[in-house]
Design a protein around this ligand. Structure first.
Ligand code: NIG
Ligand code: FE
Length: 418
């Protein structure tokens, strides 16, 4: 047996173990497997053993070469998984802040040709290397904040060529950055000028989806299902076709208005439904019945200054598995920070620190089909591990606005530390 390369020891370890086969729901979301004075042995990029140091020693995992990392007084957790971002784009939208402060609604800014369409212009007119450099900077910030796996959606192209380019850039970035990237095709992010919703939906269904699936460059397909953007019928057309072509499904549902998006998500059996601020009681029950993961994005509520948040408690009680994400994008959520999301989830979604951690790790990994690989500290999984400079789990959401991350380990290598 090859001894461990690294032994993280003496910290409080939150393994979040035991939820690899199915996402945690209900009471199970509070089970984060805390071990006081715990240790994690790492070798070959994988987790070899987790437990108390004496057991790990007795298990023969420690050799003369094993490097020890003392995490005394610190919290050791799985790397954060961010299962919903629009992080690939060029430019920014701080010029829309004034409109927001004047209470112009998000959807109104979009209708006036701003919002998503403004970022479509700045992205489609940018060279590949500019988009990649700006996205890399965001991914580096995410890494420093503890995110080791990231979903990225296309959707600032809105033509066949530009959507394919976005997915190609995500694939290139995947081999150039530390994190694992999960690509999602979101050609149905907005209806571009000159098209009706039905015409553009046809373009997505008949031209974009076959090419995207044919090139094998996306794992998921997502749609902005919202009144005034893609209605229920268009969303169902797109997602049904995507599924037939072998893509897994996500849906932006009931973000701004209650509109039957959650019910549609349940009917189509998507992997995850996102936002869900306005999901109806029936919609929440339907999600629970069909095992759809709710990806909640409290930073978006915060940044849109809506003063209303998804009904996470009700979802939990109904048995919906919850995940958390940043929604990192230049309009509704310009942030890379999962620690900030954990704070907002605690204060405004009323999740306990345990529930929030489960949502930001193993359940988020389930939302990306990656739970067999990451999201918890269990033997055999990738060694994606954080050492957080916090004395206990409650402190993590409690102390906000500063970076709690001391060390990030990705696939067994120390990739960031301060
Ligand atoms: O998830 N809702 C649609 N898409 C993003 C916003 C993208 C943007 O404003 O650029 C969201 O909030
Ligand atoms: Fe989004």
């Amino acid at each position: 047996m090859q001894p461990a390369e690294f032994l993280i020891h003496s910290g409080t370890v939150a393994t979040v173990a035991g939820h690899t086969h199915n996402p945690a729901r209900g009471k199970d979301m509070s089970q984060v497997g805390l071990i006081d004075n715990g240790a994690v042995a790492i070798g070959d990029g994988r987790i070899l053993a987790v437990g108390n140091p004496a057991d790990i020693e007795a298990g023969g995992w420690i050799g003369p070469e094993t490097q020890r990392i003392n995490a005394s007084g610190k919290l050791v957790t799985p790397g954060f998984v961010d299962p919903h971002t629009h992080a690939l784009y060029a430019g920014s939208r701080e010029h829309e802040l004034g409109l927001k402060l004047a209470d112009v609604p998000y959807i109104e800014i979009l209708k006036q040709g701003g919002g998503i369409l403004s970022t479509v212009r700045s992205t489609t007119t940018a060279e590949d290397d500019v988009i990649k450099a700006q996205t890399k900077k965001r991914l580096q910030t995410m890494l420093s904040l503890g995110t080791t796996t990231v979903e990225i959606k296309s959707g600032y192209g809105l033509t066949l060529e530009e959507e394919l380019r976005a997915l190609r850039l995500i694939r290139e970035l995947d081999s150039e950055v530390v994190q694992d990237l999960v690509p999602t095709f979101m050609g149905a992010h907005a209806v571009p000028p000159g098209f009706s919703e039905a015409e553009y939906t046809t373009l997505v269904v008949e031209q974009m989806l076959p090419r995207v699936a044919g090139q094998g460059i996306a794992e998921f397909c997502d749609v902005f299902c919202e009144k005034g953007v893609f209605g229920l019928e268009s969303s169902a057309r797109i997602l049904t076709r995507a599924q037939a072509l072998g893509l897994k499904l996500k849906i932006h549902a009931d973000e701004l208005e209650s509109f039957g998006g959650a019910e549609l998500a349940a009917r189509l059996g998507v992997t995850s439904a996102e936002h869900l601020l306005e999901a109806s009681d029936g919609g929440i029950q339907a999600l629970a019945n069909s095992g759809v993961i709710a990806v909640l994005l409290p930073a978006t509520s915060f940044n849109l200054a809506k003063h209303s948040y998804a009904r996470a408690r009700r979802m939990l009680e109904a048995g919906v598995p919850l995940a958390l994400a940043t929604d990192c994008n230049p309009g509704s959520s310009p942030t890379e920070s999962m620690p900030m999301v954990l704070t907002l989830a605690s204060l405004y979604l009323k999740l306990s620190p345990e529930q929030a951690l489960t949502a930001a790790t193993i359940n988020a990994a389930h939302a990306l089909g990656r739970a067999g690989e990451t999201g918890s500290l269990e033997p055999g999984k990738a060694a994606d591990i954080l050492i957080l400079d916090v004395p206990n789990l409650d402190y993590l959401p409690y102390h906000f606005g500063a970076n709690p991350v001391q060390t990030v380990i990705k696939r067994g290598k120390v990739v960031w530390s301060c």
